[in-house]
Design a protein around this ligand. Structure first.
Ligand SMILES: *Cc1c(COP(=O)(O)O)cnc(C)c1O
Length: 483
């Protein structure tokens, strides 16, 4: 590799230069304007003070490793620690992204074999691992659909999306230049097929669907849905964020989906809290294989290689091979479980969710009538009406009981008012589920007897109610001084 790739261009950029001992005459001029004039205002603290600062901060964190995290839709599973050990093996962790294929056979093999596992699990014909999140997977998937229609000289400008969809779906369609038309849900919580038939026509490029959808309800008319879309010349996109509900039991490829994304940081237990790094591999049916991003991993005899020579590819969508470390973790997870383990995983996820749903029924309203799978939507409408207690109040009060709140106000209020989207996953014990259920029941009682207690919750956290939008836009990164 050319050393200069990593270094600023030589020449006029600066007078002062830093030299790497090993760099020969390749020097690194630092542009003049980039030197600071004054030393940085670093706190004057000892090592011990620093250690205490960070350890105390870290103990304020909530994580899946500290307590229950029933985060609907964003499957929030325990991250098995053995994954970390494998991902940190020096031969993986130390591999240079520019290493040639001769010295990266093991890594290429992991990509190749994980591709095979995902094909087996989804019923698709090939994957790319480049997307670094589900949302980027959507962008890649819809770009593939756009490329397909473009090549067929078929000018389609609309993507259909159900009203229960995750916000990234319409955002993706818009980013790819499509207009979004929304499909209604039935009272059961599934796509209204009559509405789909009314809106399907030769301007529709495709339908984006999550299954089970974000009500946790399985789209049991999926075969009719795919027929309508395909008969109309459209393609079907599978948002795989909820794959955990039927992993190892049935496959989006058999339901007629043409493109899928999978969130390795959801279904396949790679780190998720704190923002990732994520991984959203995209799989396609055979007709779309030529459009996949480059490079594609190949196998000739027992040697693995990389194929860049794919003229119909949509190109590259991220540097190198995506978040490769996440692929290793997911690979370890899949290999540990095997087909039988995956089936059992989704069975337990659905059983746990239905246990919660059946025990909380009556205490809270459930806006959609169909039996849920791995997650369920409850509503605080009843509480809101009788005592002014909102889903937000209930979520905040749960923190006092030691549980992370579920996702709230999603699905959106116009389809599920005061929503609380609860997903326990398969990794929680019966005792843990009972503890959560008891807390929810107690909170329902408190909302009758002492609504103020809930309006003011949480009572036991270092900070109370944050202005979350401001906190995200203008974060205060310094800890307050201890008095
Ligand atoms: C999480 C999620 C996404 C987006 O995935 P990211 O990996 O967070 O970008 C899309 N759709 C649904 C239903 C989701 O739950």
């Amino acid at each position: 590799m050319d050393r200069n790739l990593l270094i600023f261009e030589r020449g006029e950029m600066g007078r002062r230069c830093a030299t790497f001992p090993d760099a020969g005459d390749a020097v690194v001029p630092i542009p003049d304007g980039m030197y600071r004039n004054d030393p940085p205002a670093l706190p004057e603290v000892s090592e011990l003070e620093l250690v205490r600062h960070y350890v105390n901060l870290s103990s304020m964190n909530f994580s899946i490793d500290t307590a229950f995290y029933p985060l609907g839709s964003c499957t929030m599973k325990y991250n098995p620690k053995v994954h970390e050990r494998v991902a940190r093996l020096p031969d993986f962790a130390g591999l240079h992204p520019f290493a040639d294929t001769a010295t990266s056979q093991a890594a290429l093999r992991v990509l190749w074999e994980m591709d095979g596992i995902l094909r087996a699990v989804t019923g698709m014909d090939g994957f790319t691992f480049q997307p670094a999140a589900g949302a980027q997977g959507e962008f890649v998937g819809i770009s593939l659909i756009a490329a397909y229609h473009r090549e067929n000289r078929d000018n389609r400008q609309v993507v259909l999306i159900p009203d229960s969809a995750h916000g990234t779906n319409p955002a993706t369609a818009a980013m790819c230049g499509f207009r979004v038309e929304t499909l209604k849900s039935t009272d059961r919580g599934t796509v209204d097929v009559a509405d789909l038939k009314a809106k399907m026509n030769d301007r529709v490029a495709g339908l984006m669907l999550t299954n089970p959808n974000t009500f946790g309800v399985f789209e049991d008319e999926i075969l009719d849905i795919q027929q309508v879309v395909h008969d109309g010349g459209g393609l079907l996109y599978y948002d795989g964020a909820n794959l955990n509900a039927f992993l190892g039991q049935c496959r989006p490829g058999d339901m007629g989906f043409d493109v899928v994304h999978i969130n390795l940081h959801k279904t396949f237990t790679t780190p998720h809290g704190g923002g990732g790094p994520g991984s959203g591999p995209v799989g396609v049916k055979e007709t779309l294989l030529p459009y996949l991003p480059v490079p594609v991993v190949t196998k000739t005899g027992d040697r693995f290689g990389l194929d860049y020579d794919r003229p119909r590819s949509i190109g590259k969508v991220s540097t190198f091979f995506g978040n490769f470390g996440m692929v290793i973790r997911a690979y370890v997870y899949a290999r540990m479980l095997g087909a039988e383990g995956m089936r059992r995983t989704s069975e337990m996820a659905v059983l746990n969710a239905n246990y919660i749903a059946s025990r909380l029924d009556g205490h809270y309203d459930r806006p959609k009538s169909a039996q849920p799978m791995h997650e369920m939507v409850f509503s605080a409408s009843k509480q809101k009406k009788s005592s002014g207690v909102s889903a937000l109040d209930i979520a905040k009060r749960l923190i006092d009981y030691g549980h992370h709140p579920p996702t709230i106000y999603f699905p959106l209020p116009r389809v599920a008012p005061e929503a609380m989207l609860i997903e326990p996953t398969e990794t929680e014990s019966l005792e843990q589920l009972d503890e959560f259920i008891e807390a929810m029941i107690q909170i329902a009682g408190e909302s009758e007897e002492n609504p103020e207690l809930l309006h003011d919750a949480p009572h036991q956290t270092p900070v109370r109610r944050l202005d979350e939008a401001t906190a995200a836009r203008k974060p205060v990164l310094r800890a307050p001084r201890r008095e």
